[in-house]
Design a protein around this ligand. Structure first.
Ligand code: 9UX
Length: 68
């Protein structure tokens, strides 16, 4: 497991936070995901042999947010 921090643009409420959190948590290889509205950031624990950073980022984009 490694921890990856991803900066996200476009979260405006706790609903946004929750939906990104849910999107990340259901991905295979993700242990835990914490999303912070005030830091505009996701902190994801993942096994990078199973899920790459690029895939995490793409999942956030697919959910309608911008990765910066
Ligand atoms: Mo945060 Mo609400 O979106 O549509 S502004 S969930």
């Amino acid at each position: 497991m490694r921890t990856t921090v991803i900066n996200i643009k476009g979260m405006t409420c706790m609903g946004c936070v929750k939906s990104i959190k849910n999107v990340l948590k259901i991905l295979p290889g993700v242990g835990d995901a914490d999303v912070s509205l005030e830091n505009a950031q996701a902190r994801v624990q993942h096994d990078d042999a199973i899920i790459s950073i690029a895939l995490l980022e793409q999942s956030i984009r697919d959910a309608g947010f911008e990765v910066v």
